[in-house]
Write a protein that binds this ligand. Structure first.
Ligand code: K7E
Ligand code: CUA
Ligand code: CA
Length: 617
């Protein structure tokens, strides 16, 4: 049964709406049509919205959810609305199940650093919506950004960011297509942060934040803009003109009380045409091998600083591209910035604070905001443990009418209690101009008795909310292991056609066509194919101390037919999917007979799928 017909059964009034529209046309009364149309479209009063989140065995989800994995260092694929975990993509972590961090290919990308802290995952864009090519994710711990190829759902590049610490908010360019990605540094540090600058170590006023711009094709650094402030979350606009961030430490504090001392901090907006101009004119310094442009206060006109109440957190752009919404965190408000006014502020025609068109009161501890494409915003409120649905236009109107009108809070449409302490919140397609207002995920930091108690270290609770109606409807609790922060929810038709069933075999320069063993001095290369249920080599004889490179190509092309390659007592274990090639290099330091066996159940004779490496003394 389709989602549509199921919803109809439960009383979705779409048919009634069609009826009204038809009657209106038939009677020819213009008044009648406009009244009903207004009621049905602008205020979503008619929206009952009872979609089913049930995805029966054999059925597929309508959305791919891509979750960051927090301090697990990975990215996860969750089906929405079923909330079934489909796959984990190892990124900055070692993953024994697939051999990530074990194979030569992954080691080359990870460069010996097998820990990470992924907070924000975003897709590549074309014309304001996902193009289904790449995902990007940050590593707050080791200051890296990884790119995941969607066709293989695998990391293919990692860029390291110098001069920074706490690489937190990232966002790809949304228009006309992703060529740049911005990455924020949350912790201010001396720049450069090495012995050449030791004089600054004890002087926090000489610590800076850097807004790094990454070339997403080359996965290299274009430049960095240095500012006094720290930078938390990131966003880009829908016109390719600006990137924006929030700063909670404009004070340059190093303790909590110092970071909370000022009444106002900033939303910072970076002007991309002025950054390009600075690059063209050579207005930068080389620091640690990258171009650093000075964006500090009073030094350039690249950065606009809009004062917002102290210690803000998320910044999100409405899908119509008009507003940047900054969530207050310490302040119970959200600040709505009109991006057309930002143009004027950059031209010096108005003051930065005049870009603010509303500051609605939302609740205690607003952190992140998402959208339904129908003019409504949904803000996660940490201390209250709620998701608050509010109307952006109504908040702007209330602001215009004055404090009395604001107090009525008529812009608030619904408040949903969540369990508990929500961080990020994300609606389906909400970070694109195609926001569709169907599902929302509330990523709650505490699960508090919602699941079987599995020890002192508790899981989180990702709650699924139906937002197709006027009211928010909680439909599912889903435990999440440490510690997704953010997610994006992408329509299936964007991703599914891109995903491949097998690798392009000759993309790997070492693809094995024919099995064989080759020796050059103490270096031995074992090239081996795999075809269920046999490896292309049954026995390899080497000598103690030989440096062995084992290259394996899976010749099974049938979807699902992956093999494992595990070398007993050699701590080597990896998987090869159809037409994939992977290699490992190790020293044969112990004489003996060592079974190499398949770990991935592939065939009725899977257990017999093995070969020997004989290490002679
Ligand atoms: Cu709010 Cu790292 Cu996106 Cu966590 S950040 S919640
Ligand atoms: Cu090959 Cu199991
Ligand atoms: Ca502050």
């Amino acid at each position: 049964m389709s989602e549509e017909s199921r919803s109809d059964k439960k009383g979705f009034k779409r048919r009634d709406f069609l009826k009204i529209a038809t009657v209106g046309v038939a009677t020819g009364t213009g008044l009648f049509i406009s009244k009903e149309t207004i009621l049905a479209t602008s205020k979503d009063r008619k929206r009952k919205g009872h979609q089913s989140n049930e995805v029966k065995p054999g059925e597929l989800d309508a959305y791919y959810g891509f979750w960051s994995g927090g301090h697990s260092g990975e990215v996860r694929i969750i089906g929405v609305p079923s909330m079934r975990e489909i796959k984990r993509i190892p990124v900055f972590n070692m993953d024994v199940a697939t051999g990530w961090g074990i194979t030569n290919e992954s080691k080359k990308l990870l460069k010996g650093r097998y820990t990470g802290d992924t907070h924000h995952v975003h897709g590549s864009y074309k014309n304001g919506t996902y193009d289904g090519r790449y995902l990007f994710v940050n590593d707050k711990l080791n200051n890296r950004v990884a790119r995941i190829r969607i066709d293989y759902m695998e990391v293919d590049a990692i860029v390291e960011i110098p001069n920074v610490q706490g690489t937190h908010g990232i966002f790809p360019q949304r228009y006309p297509k992703t060529e740049w990605l911005v990455a924020n540094s949350e912790f201010q540090v001396p720049v450069p942060n090495d012995e050449t600058n030791a004089g600054a170590f004890g002087k926090p006023k000489e610590y800076y934040g850097l807004h790094t711009i990454i070339d997403t094709e080359r996965m290299s650094i274009v430049c960095q803009v240095m500012v006094d402030e720290n930078m938390d979350l990131a966003a880009t606009d829908y016109k390719g003109k600006y990137s924006m961030t929030t700063s909670y430490n404009t004070e340059k504090g190093v303790t909590i009380s110092e970071m909370l001392s000022a009444d106002y901090d900033y939303m910072l907006i970076f002007n991309w045409s002025r950054i390009r101009e600075a690059l063209r004119k050579g207005k930068y310094k080389w620091i640690s091998g990258v171009k650093v442009i000075d964006g500090r206060k009073g030094r350039s006109d690249i950065v606009l600083r809009i004062p917002v109440p102290k210690n803000p957190h998320g910044v999100n752009i409405s899908p119509d591209g008009k507003y940047a919404i900054c969530s207050g965190k310490v302040s119970p408000t959200c600040t709505v910035v009109d991006l057309d006014l930002v143009d004027k502020a950059f031209e010096g025609r108005i003051k930065p604070e005049e870009c603010i068109v509303a500051q609605p009161e939302i609740g205690l501890g607003p952190l992140h905001t998402t959208f339904d494409g129908r003019g409504n915003a949904y803000t996660s409120v940490f201390i209250d443990s709620t998701n608050v649905k509010w109307n952006i236009q109504k908040a702007i109107e209330a602001e215009k009418k004055g404090p009395e009108e604001k107090k009525k809070k008529e812009y608030i449409i619904d408040v949903l209690d969540v369990h508990y302490q929500v961080g990020h919140i994300m609606a389906s397609m909400a970070e694109t101009k195609e926001a569709d207002g169907k599902w929302l995920v509330s990523l709650n930091k505490f699960s508090k008795d919602r699941f079987l108690n599995a020890g002192p270290y508790k899981v989180e609770n990702d709650q699924l909310v139906d937002i197709s109606g006027r009211k928010l409807r909680l439909v599912h609790d889903s435990p999440a292991y440490a510690e997704p922060h953010d997610c994006i929810i992408v329509r299936r038709d964007i991703i599914e056609p891109r995903v491949k069933d097998r690798y392009n075999m000759f993309e790997h320069p070492l693809a094995v066509v024919k099995s064989g063993i080759e020796r050059q001095g103490k270096k031995v290369t074992i090239r081996m194919t795999s075809n269920a249920p046999v490896y292309g080599i049954q026995e390899a004889r080497v000598k103690k101390g030989d440096r062995i490179t084992l290259i394996v190509t899976n010749h099974d092309e049938i979807s699902d037919l992956s093999h494992g390659v595990a070398i007993s007592n050699y701590n080597i274990n990896f998987v090869i999917a159809p037409f994939q090639t992977r290699s490992v290099t190790f020293t044969a330091d112990n004489p003996g007979v060592f079974w190499v066996y398949c770990t991935n159940f592939c065939h009725a004779l899977h257990l017999e799928m093995r070969m020997r490496i004989i290490v002679e003394p």
